[in-house]
Design a protein around this ligand. Structure first.
Ligand code: PLP
Length: 377
């Protein structure tokens, strides 16, 4: 589960240091007053860790999606295909970029169903936006093939699965551009924050300028005289957030391996007759959520009660289903998309998600599995 559970003296010490470095919280300028540029360093560390040419730190994952969509040329009247199991942010970003969200159903992996994409494509389709939900990759080979065939770009929303892999490559690096969220519930956190990653120079140039009022950060000019060709907005990350992000990133491998231990216990001990979420072939999960299917309402309620009593909760299935399934978003989507989302709702209401917390021990998860199994005796 989230990096917030591991916030400790390391983040505190790193934050304290900035007061001896000139106390500059802004990412740009103040060159004579500062010793370091932490946003730049965080971006460099992200490039190194995830094997991408460029990374841009921004103010949130939602902002990252919007900026990335715009960098792909999305504009008024375009359509962007995303999925029914999602978070509302993705839809908001599409709408804010002026485009229309088109809902593709998810399959048994709870990620975008590649077999349902082609029929949604028309001359207005600009981008396919798969969302790697709750730690597990979408089938990127199949999605990439469809995008290539139809000459459509891919933006990976990897807000929820930072550190996950597909075919040995980090999620977020498999399409044209990828985004992370570093909000407080995510694998590595900066409080609020997001990241855009890509190997495409043109995409990253646009993102960098758009997120910073159009600033080109021309090295030959002071910031006040800087050049510009596009207007943008302010979606910048602060130095304080980046300092925390740098420390959190060093904890990512540990978080993933600890997740796996707890997830492994649930996988091993929870009654084998219970149907698990299918994991996408060739994917490496971040193991931060254990999801399984229980149709029977009475049994569901009993399990949910145990999860509440032992203070695990059920993350967004079903605790926050209304924020994670497009069937419930008639304030943002038209009737057709709501109707298209019905299948996803039917699938998701049968699921229960157990969050993996690092503050819970491996043994706590063993006890939980035993408690759940008692229902089936
Ligand atoms: C799939 C998905 N996309 C986008 C976001 C938005 O990220 P942020 O909260 O950083 O704006 C989230 C956050 O919960 C998410 O889960």
């Amino acid at each position: 589960m989230p990096g917030w559970e591991l916030i400790n003296k390391k983040e505190q010490k790193a934050l304290n240091k900035i007061f001896n470095e000139g106390s500059i919280f802004f990412a740009h300028g103040f060159d004579n007053l500062r010793k370091k540029y932490h946003v730049r360093e965080f971006e460099r560390d992200i490039c190194k860790k995830f094997g991408v040419k460029d990374a841009l730190a921004v103010s949130s994952g939602t902002a990252a999606i919007k900026i990335a969509l715009k960098s792909l040329g999305v504009k008024n009247g375009d359509e962007v295909i995303t999925q029914g199991f999602n978070f509302i942010a993705t839809i908001e970003a599409i709408l804010d970029a002026g485009a229309k969200p088109i809902i593709c159903n998810v399959d048994e992996t709870l990620n975008m169903d590649p077999s349902k994409i082609q029929r949604l494509i028309n001359s207005k389709t600009k981008v396919i936006l798969p969302v790697h939900m709750l730690g597990v990759s979408a089938n990127m080979n199949a999605i990439n093939k469809i995008a290539k065939k139809n000459k459509i770009k891919i933006l990976e929303d990897n807000c929820e699965s930072v550190g996950g892999k597909y075919n040995g490559k980090y999620l977020g690096t498999l399409g044209d551009v990828g985004v992370f969220s570093h909000d407080f519930g995510k694998t590595i956190t900066t409080g609020e924050g997001g990241m855009i990653i890509s190997n495409d120079k043109k995409i990253m140039k646009y993102c960098r300028e758009y997120h910073d009022h159009g600033h080109e950060n021309n090295p030959k000019l002071p910031r006040g005289r800087d050049t510009k060709t596009i207007y943008g907005f302010n979606y910048r990350m602060t130095e304080l957030q980046a300092i925390v992000g740098k420390v959190q990133l060093t904890k990512l491998n540990f978080i993933l391996s600890e997740n796996k231990k707890r997830y492994g216990v649930l996988e091993k001990f929870i009654n084998k007759n219970i149907e698990r979420r299918s994991l996408t072939e060739n994917s490496k999960s971040i193991y931060d959520t254990f999801i399984f299917k229980i149709k029977d309402q009475i049994i569901r309620n009993k399990i949910i009660k145990i999860l509440k009593r032992l203070s695990f909760g059920t993350k967004n299935l079903p605790d926050a289903l209304e924020w994670h399934c497009s069937f419930f978003w008639d304030h943002a989507l038209n009737k057709r998309e709501i109707k298209n989302s019905r299948n996803d709702k039917e699938r998701l209401v049968q699921m229960i998600a157990i969050p993996i917390f690092l503050r819970k021990s491996v043994n706590d998860y063993k006890i939980l599995a035993k408690e759940i199994n008692k229902i089936f005796i």
